[in-house]
Design a binder for this molecule. Structure first.
Ligand code: AMP
Length: 423
């Protein structure tokens, strides 16, 4: 049966057991982030449109083509968040988080929205896991954030990680680089895509982000950012690279890496891994020192990253660190020829003793109940019939061996409690 309604294009339902894997990824994130001193921030899904237009940048694909933007009933322009760095920066300023002491270490997990062409691994509602470190400027903060990301991915079982590193320079370096890029591209403008030709005037750096094959081949010969770096930007980048190496993390310089958002400055990075697949990076991040001031807040440096959780979950499936949640009920109680609530009472007794358990609700036959329990992977089925009720016993059927025994009810509960502590 198809039913009358379908989920909205680009959105999807996640249903157990898939959601158990999502929980595993998120629990791992929470644990690793906590050990690094990062606390959770939850910002609204809705923000004013202007926040993203101003910070992410009018010329980016996100703002230009991909936002879910609509007027509310009073005509205010609202946008479903397409990313969270701008939202976290807005919240940081509005909540005066600076007063709690710096640096501020924050992380978030949650849905984001972009009107993109849906394809495998790319959705209109997708989830990101991200972290932001606000109020630290030195290279050690870049290293901390990259290390946090690497340790998180390692905790999920990825072990062949390479950090791709680049610097987009400070404001002075970027101005110099923009001039060099425009000087290179202007005589070749005929060969550029229409979008890139427009950006040549509006925001030349964005051209480096173009996915158009013609643009890409033209860019092969373009000057690299690293040639235009100020001494300060160069020293910062060198210290970041050294720091990452000192922590035993392997990295590769990627001079063309710019990342698609306007607010980045200095360090930008992505991570690739054989296990994460050859698709474009699952995670990216960078420093955004000017953003808070630009949004009317304190002039504080900041750096962060965002991971695409949908693809991360997909890549995590099958990794050795992952296993079914151990809380999944090993016990199932079935009432035979007595009221079904007797099975429920027994399951309740087990659960209160710490043994996860279910009970058969609509009893059809013992055979059907055993079949269902086998399908659900239960270790024990506990039978309660008139005789068991009268004598204060239960019959335990061990699903793996098929053996069956009748024991005192209190003993059965204690024994299962002991055994379910063992994996
Ligand atoms: P960005 O905020 O564009 O740097 O994206 C960070 C990560 O989020 C990307 O590397 C993707 O893994 C993920 N991501 C971005 N857009 C989507 C989407 N439409 N569907 C699924 N994942 C996405």
């Amino acid at each position: 049966m198809a039913g009358r309604y379908r989920s909205v294009k680009g959105t999807r339902d996640l249903v157990w057991p898939e959601t158990a894997l999502w929980q595993h990824v998120e629990e791992t994130a929470r644990r690793v982030f906590a050990t690094h001193g990062y606390g959770e921030i939850r910002t609204p899904l809705l923000e004013s449109t202007e926040l993203f237009a101003r910070s992410v940048g009018e010329e980016t694909d996100i703002v230009g083509k991909e936002m879910y933007t609509f007027p509310d009933r009073k005509g205010r322009s609202l946008t479903l968040r397409p990313e969270s760095t701008a939202a976290v920066a807005r919240a940081f300023i509005e909540q005066g988080l600076e007063s709690r002491g710096l640096p501020s270490r924050l992380f978030y997990i949650g849905p984001h929205f972009r009107y993109e062409r849906p394809q495998r691994g790319r959705y209109r509602q997708f989830s990101q896991i991200g972290a932001e470190l606000v109020g630290a400027a030195g290279p050690a903060s870049d290293v901390e954030i990259v290390l946090l990301l690497v340790r998180f991915l390692e905790a999920l079982g990825f072990d062949d990680l390479t950090v791709l590193l680049n610097t987009v320079g400070d404001a002075a370096s970027r101005a110099a680089y923009c001039d060099a890029l425009v000087a290179f591209l202007s005589p070749r403008a005929e060969g550029l895509s229409a979008d890139s030709r427009r950006r040549l005037e509006a925001n030349p750096l964005r051209i480096l982000d173009s996915k158009d094959p013609g643009d890409r081949s033209l860019l092969e010969g373009a000057p690299a950012m690293t040639d235009s770096l100020s001494a300060q930007a160069r020293a910062h980048f060198a210290a970041v690279c050294d720091g990452i190496e000192a922590c035993g993390v392997s990295y590769r310089l990627e001079p063309r890496l710019v990342r698609g958002l306007d607010y980045y400055a200095l360090t930008v990075f992505e991570i690739v891994s054989r296990g994460l697949g050859a698709q474009d990076a699952i995670v990216g991040g960078g420093r955004y020192d000017g953003l808070l001031a630009q949004l009317g807040g304190p002039d504080l440096p900041a750096i962060g990253f965002a991971i695409g959780e949908d693809r991360l979950v997909e890549a995590t499936a099958g990794r050795r660190a992952w296993r079914q949640p151990s809380i999944w009920p090993p016990a199932h109680a079935v009432a035979i020829d007595v009221a079904p609530v007797e099975a429920l009472r027994l399951a309740d007794e087990l659960r209160r003793r710490g043994v996860a358990a279910t009970s058969e609700l609509d009893v059809r036959s013992l055979k059907a109940a055993l079949k269902g329990a086998a399908r659900e992977g239960r270790r024990w089925v506990l039978l309660v019939g008139p005789e068991e009720l009268a004598s204060g016993t239960v019959t335990i059927k061990h699903m793996e061996s098929g053996e069956q025994e009748t024991v005192a009810r209190s003993e059965a509960v204690e024994r299962l409690a002991r055994e379910s502590e063992r994996p």
